[in-house]
Design a protein around this ligand. Sequence first.
Ligand code: HEM
Length: 123
Amino acid sequence: MFKHLHMTLAVISISLFTLRFIWTLAHSAKLQAKWVKITPHIVDTFLLAIGVIMAVQYAINPLEQLWLGEKILAVFAYIFTGYYTLKLARNKTMQIIGYLGAMGWIMLIVRLAMTREPLFSNK
Ligand code: HEM
């Protein structure tokens, strides 16, 4: 149950980020809509909270099971790259580079979640 909710929220989060990226490139006024400013924060908060709840529930220690440790680091990197893309990047080139960077982290996050194989092993 939790896992499906977590995955659904992940899809919504990535979709909203992509939509906001496209609207940023297009200088769209839609970015100012209240729901566009609020919804991503609510979705992301639940996505991360449910991840933490599942990790606690299944007793997965991120320092023991490195796939989760690496996933959490990658989530931080995704959040900062996303912030860079939507807020800090000053022109289209920087925004596109930021978006590609964020998608790279997403690919790593999804791969780590699905395979549970860490990049670096402590075994
Ligand atoms: C951008 C953020 C995130 C994305 C896109 C994401 C994506 C996913 C996906 C796709 C799965 C399902 C993998 C599968 O079994 O096929 C998953 C599972 C899981 N995620 Fe996340 N996740 C994110 C953040 C987090 C965070 C922050 C945590 C914990 C601190 C977390 C903890 C977990 C755990 C423990 C599972 C395994 C659940 C199970 O197998 O029953 N996730 N995640």
